[in-house]
Design a protein around this ligand. Sequence first.
Ligand code: ZN
Length: 472
Amino acid sequence: MTNRAVIYSRYSSSGQNDQSIETQIDICTKYATTHNLVIVHTYTDRGLTGTNANRPGFQNMIEDSYLKRFDYVLVYKFDRFARDEYDDIHYEKILNDNGVKRLSATEVIPDDYFSAALIKAVTRLNNEQYSRILSERVNAGLDKNVEKGLMVGGSITWGYKMINKKYIIDETISTYVVTIFRMYSEGLTALEIIHYLTKNGIYNANGKPFMMQHIMKILRNKRYIGIFTYKHMEHPNFVPAIIDDTLYDSVQERLKKAKNRRRNRSPVEYHLTGKLFCGLCGKPMAGYSGTGKSGRKFHYYRCKCEKKNEPKDRLENLVVKITVDQVANSPHLDEWIDHSIKVYSDNFQSVDLMIKHVQTEIRKTKNQINNMMEAIKQGILTPSTKSELISLEDKLTLLNNELSVKESLKPAVLSHEDMKAWFKQAKKMDNKDIIDALVKKVIVYDDKIDISFYLSNRSVSLDIPHAHQFYI
Ligand SMILES: [Zn+2]
């Protein structure tokens, strides 16, 4: 068996806590070593967002997959691959056709759909738990800084600069912050403000043109009136204010009105988007709404070919009922759960590996400190010994922090009962959760429906009039 692999790494500048390209490659390389893979090439995309269609590294990797020079694409996390479910299916198919499998150095193997659904659902629950534990730990260290009136964590707000951990107004930029607030309070739209800024060569903190979400974030940011929010608590006069309260309040008033207008339009979510395909022509079917003669709104999935429209709720309900029946009530459920638990724990070995690595570093650093102390005792104390000792102690602190972060990544132990409980709730969950976690693909014909599931790695094909009779 050949084990040629390439690494694909992407750093997204939008994700604040994203791992650097170097860390991603490092983690992937370690995974390759322990899994007997030979890395033949590395592709990278730097500073692009996942939604950016122009990912040259990714496109090169896809093109090279046709040459059949590698068998695996290794990523740090699966979210490196796709912008959405449709993209995911699309590129997965190309890679599969070219005999290339996708691997993640930190998550479950994707072609093991047998277990992917459970892991997805359970990790989602766990992730919430981890981030809570993590933030508790981090906060413990930050509390002291807040007490001292020092800025903690996060990036520096546009319009300020940081000197000795204190926020200072950056006069060259703060005038633009005021301009943005004024323009919005005077009735200009965010889009008009963006035009104005771009035309005048004013860019965001990353040197890029402003986008809608940047402007919205600026307009809502309480730091501009001096408030620092920490653990849901507001600390007023924490930073110097750039905007006065009256101007800030008038902007919030307008934002609230705009939000209410949007809420009244209540967007409908099409849960099957990206998973639903037309049985006649094979193309993805998209959500669509129209207004009937009576003025009532109708929601459909439709295809551009001659296939008839599928009423949204009716189709989604049918898919969910079939899914719950096929998966949750299967006599094989216990088997699937046991298998899933095995896959789940196997795949977190890489976290253990990372923890071991940090522990080794901690041991080494402690030894170095001890040696240094010994030297001091013997009277070999020079100014450079002292500064070296301080930097070693700093390093040790950083390593200990890293260790606690890595340990918090360790998943909770999953029990058979936990998993079964998840299934027992399946009937009570809303359509979105079930479709997200369990349904891989739906192909709908005018009279027939094919559904494939992540969990059982199999599919059902049912005659629609029959299915409606049986399931509803
Ligand atoms: Zn069609």
